[in-house]
Design a protein around this ligand. Structure first.
Ligand code: NAI
Ligand SMILES: N[C@@H](CC=O)C(=O)O
Length: 814
């Protein structure tokens, strides 16, 4: 025998019923079937509403009953051929009249008892099971109808009756013994007490009926047919990548269901669990899907975590006080006070200091709980031995569930590490000794992020989603967007990384799209964006509260450099090629580093020196591994190197500078390059990374630029350079005559930094440096004879964008 249960959605329409019947007729080929059915979806709620309206004296309950009647008659008309309809139509009509009679009674007395309500509810399943039985008969399928009220025997606890298993099992087995047909249809949810009065089995009732029957008749398996393809690794409404769990143990299923996976209601599987009967969760609307099997053995596929779940609307109650330490009985009195108010405790934690006990309850009961507990401890509160109960609301629980988490070190470390990196504060933690469940209490606003973060962390097949907010879409920014678009698919396939640009900003507009901005049309998206400042942009990033978020600064703006602390405090990583933050007064640079450290968040700015060259990373690796830097000598301006490599007096100096700007090597304001400020910033950043507390004023700058060129606007700067052509040609000619090349060199030694134009002799390490290349020489303890040399293109949109890209990837692995 097999037992198949079809829930409300699976019998919610004539089409769904047809699909369910086809499934049954296919399965019956292997084994006889008991089919347990729910009421048509929504009927029980409608009946409840009728009773409430009637009890409240609202005559509109009649219209609702008319709708219920019409729906069921319509189903008969669609499922049964016209010649066979009449007797069923009148049977359904009679049952619906009984509903109306009952509601009229409720209307007259102005109240509804649980007993009457159970009677009223019973009509939903009675009518649906009768219609489905008749529909099978119309298909010429031999079928019997069992009246659950005669077979499932309960006590008289109306609304949530307790099953008399001894009598029920006997009755079911006797009925099975006498059964002639290969198929039985029976209503779920309903039963009766010893006096034949209708009762109902409480929440998850039809599942429970099916499990009771399956256990009583020793069914080969129980199948729960519903509208999802099985139990999922997480709630699919929150986690796009949630997967169906192919197999799960009873205990895991109970834990997951308890924590909100609404596919089954935990107590319902107890009867089949006791007998080791497998339970399948299958989808009526996609019967070909494999579904989930719930069975005795945990499924050993190596995954320690089976699923992630949550409970919302939690309140945390904390009882604290020095008077509690070492005194027995405090927890007993706390729980007694809650129990007296019928308040269920969902979670309990107590620190070993015994200074506080913390329990989680449904938020709905929090105020009642506070009143009850404060009352119970009035005396201790007045003596200040305990504090009045502390109540925190707007909390949720997220839980990892898995049989094999037991004795598997590292799971909780991974869990809390991932939450911490994403700025999810954990308010309380609970783990039972079964180690089947690790629960963390967090703010409700963080639940979606937390579940997604954990899903990415524990389910390898899941793509890790990285959410980018990019400010600055000029020369470098637009190239980064191009590179991101080009690499998106590669990263999905080879690194299981999904990079999505959620926000874009320039100096005028901002745009957000939580599904990811289409990178082939980002310009139009930004044009159609809204006017907004960088503060609005940052606010948008913070409010979205997405996981694995990276803010990318590709501007040259001081205002943008000023918002990093706001982001780091919210665990949003910052990647910057803008050098302003790291070359701001030392205190700001230091505070950013501290923020990144304190909030365990990435702050990466490799492109601040040498564009895409690995300069800062190399320096940090040297220092972390214990090397000591004595001297840094470097050519750090791509622009100046380009200019002095191309200037030979045949074309004006100003023209070569303009070419450097057109090729994208200069700063947005090229005077920063020509005046040496850009190089000062870079050597200062290197010095700071090497541990020196340097400020810009501490750096000597032997500028070669005539003062007059640095006045006025950028156009004035170009004009004045033309006037000063002689000055530039003289510098060039003198160096040439001595067989030297001109390089703008930065040095850092003995705590002092200097920048300036130098003539470099042939044979010097800096001599052979072409195009827009940079070079950095690190003279260290370990690189004593020959310096460690880093050399290559040090400016340009493409290389800079790829350096920013690499920092983004590093930030996501942080
Ligand atoms: N070009 C290169 O080789 C390298 C450049 N960098 C740095 O890259 C940064 C960007 O340079 P480019 O792309 O050449 O500059 P750009 O002038 O072409 O683009 C700057 C972008 O920033 C936006 N922006 C300015 N103020 C803003 C604000 N308050 N809020 C939002 N957006 C704002 C502008 O609208 C524009 O989209 C600079 O900080 C530069 O130092 C770093 C290394 C190498
Ligand atoms: N303007 C800079 C670009 C990199 O920081 C340069 O010319 O080096």
């Amino acid at each position: 025998m097999q037992v198949l249960k079809f829930g409300g959605t699976s019998v919610g329409s004539p089409e769904a019923i047809q699909a369910a019947m086809t499934i049954v007729q296919e399965k019956i080929k292997t084994d006889p079937i008991v089919m347990v059915v729910s009421a048509f979806g929504g009927t029980t709620d409608a009946l409840l509403q009728c009773s409430e309206m009637a009890a409240a004296g609202n005559e509109s309950f009649r219209e609702l009953i008319e709708a219920i009647t019409a729906r069921h008659l319509d189903a008969v008309k669609k499922l049964i051929p016209i010649q066979q309809q009449s007797s069923l139509l009148s049977a359904v009509k009679t049952l619906c009249n009984e509903i109306e009679d009952l509601c009229n009674g409720i209307f007259l007395v102005g109240e509804v008892s649980l007993r009457t309500r159970d009677k009223l509810f019973s009509y939903g399943e009675l009518i649906s099971s009768k219609i489905i039985t008749a529909a099978f008969q119309a298909r010429k399928q031999p079928v019997a109808w069992w009246d659950s009220r005669l077979l499932i025997r309960t006590d008289a606890s109306f609304g949530n009756a307790q099953v008399d298993f001894g009598r029920t099992n006997e009755l079911l087995r006797d009925s099975l013994f006498e059964l002639q047909e290969p198929l039985v249809v029976m209503p779920g949810f309903i039963a009766s007490d010893g006096n034949g009065i209708s009762t109902t089995l409480g929440r998850g009732g039809s599942d429970y009926t099916a499990a009771i029957v399956a256990a009583a008749i020793n069914a080969r398996h129980l199948e729960i047919w519903t509208d999802v393809s099985g139990m999922m690794t997480a709630d699919p409404r929150w986690v796009n990548n949630a997967k169906v769990i192919s197999a799960i143990s009873y205990q895991e299923a109970m834990e997951l269901s308890h924590f909100g996976a609404k596919v089954i209601y935990p107590p319902t599987i107890q009867p089949v669990m006791n007998k080791g009967i497998p339970v399948w969760i299958k989808n009526t609307f996609a019967p070909q899907d494999a579904g989930t099997v719930i069975q005795l053995e945990s499924y050993r596929n190596g995954a320690a975590v089976r699923g992630i779940s949550s409970i919302n609307q939690l309140a945390l109650l904390s009882l604290e006080g020095s008077g509690m330490v070492g005194v027995p009985g405090f927890s007993r009195r706390l729980f007694e006070a809650l129990s007296a108010e019928n308040i269920n405790v969902i979670l309990i934690t107590q620190g070993s200091s015994e200074h506080s006990i913390c329990v989680g309850v449904e938020a709905l009961f929090a105020d009642r709980a506070k009143a009850a507990v404060d009352r119970a401890f009035t005396n201790e509160i007045s003596l200040r031995r305990v504090e009045p109960l502390i109540v925190e609301k707007d909390l949720s629980i997220v839980a990892l569930v898995g049989e094999q988490m037991k004795s598997h070190p590292g799971i909780s470390g991974k869990m809390f590490g991932a939450l911490g990196r994403n700025g999810v504060n954990v308010r309380a933690i609970a783990q039972g000794s079964s180690e089947r469940n690790i629960s963390a209490v967090i703010a409700t606003r963080d639940v979606r992020k937390a579940i997604n973060v954990l899903h990415e962390e524990f389910f390898e097949t899941t793509l890790r989603q990285v959410n980018l907010f990019i400010s600055g879409v000029g020369n470098v920014g637009s190239r980064l967007l191009q590179q991101l678009q080009q690499q998106q698919q590669y990263l999905i396939e080879h690194a299981r990384l999904q990079l999505r640009v959620i926000g874009l900003a320039n100096s005028k507009k901002i745009v957000f799209n939580e599904d990811g901005i289409n990178l082939s049309s980002w310009k139009q998206a930004l044009e159609m964006g809204i006017p907004g400042t960088i503060r609005d942009f940052v606010e948008g990033a913070i409010q979205r509260n997405l996981r694995n978020t990276v803010f990318v600064d590709i501007t040259a703006s001081e205002t943008v450099a000023g918002v990093y602390p706001l982001l780091l405090e919210k665990n949003i990583a910052v990647v910057a090629c803008n050098k302003i933050a790291c070359s701001a007064p030392y205190a700001y640079y230091e505070s950013l580093k501290k923020h990144a450290h304190d909030y365990n968040t990435g702050f990466l700015f490799e492109t601040n020196v040498g564009a895409g060259l690995p300069v800062i990373g190399t320096l940090n690796d040297l220092l972390k591994s214990g090397d000591r830097v004595h001297r840094i000598q470097a050519v750090l301006s791509g622009t100046l190197n380009f200019v002095f490599n191309h200037y030979d007096g045949t074309k004006p100096f100003a023209g070569v500078v303009r070419q450097a700007q057109q090729e994208g090597y200069t700063e947005p304001d090229p005077r920063l390059d020509l005046g040496g400020k850009d190089v000062m910033r870079k050597i200062m950043i290197l010095a700071r990374e090497a541990g020196a507390r340097l400020e810009m004023e501490d750096i000597q700058n032997d500028s070669f630029m005539p003062e007059s060129c640095m006045q006025g606007s950028v156009e004035d700067f170009y004009k004045e350079m033309l006037h000063q052509e002689k000055h530039f040609s003289n510098i060039y000619e003198q160096a040439k005559q001595r067989g030297n090349k001109l390089k703008f060199v930065a040095t850092f030694e003995n705590g002092k930094a200097a920048v300036g134009l130098q003539e470099i002799e042939p044979g010097h390490d800096l001599y052979h440096l072409y195009g827009k290349d940079n070079i950095v020489l690190f003279h260290t303890d370990r690189y004593a004879q020959q310096p460690l040399v880093i050399k290559g293109a040090g400016a340009g949109a493409d290389v800079t964008a790829s350096g920013v890209f690499a920092d983004i990837l590093r930030a996501t692995l942080h």
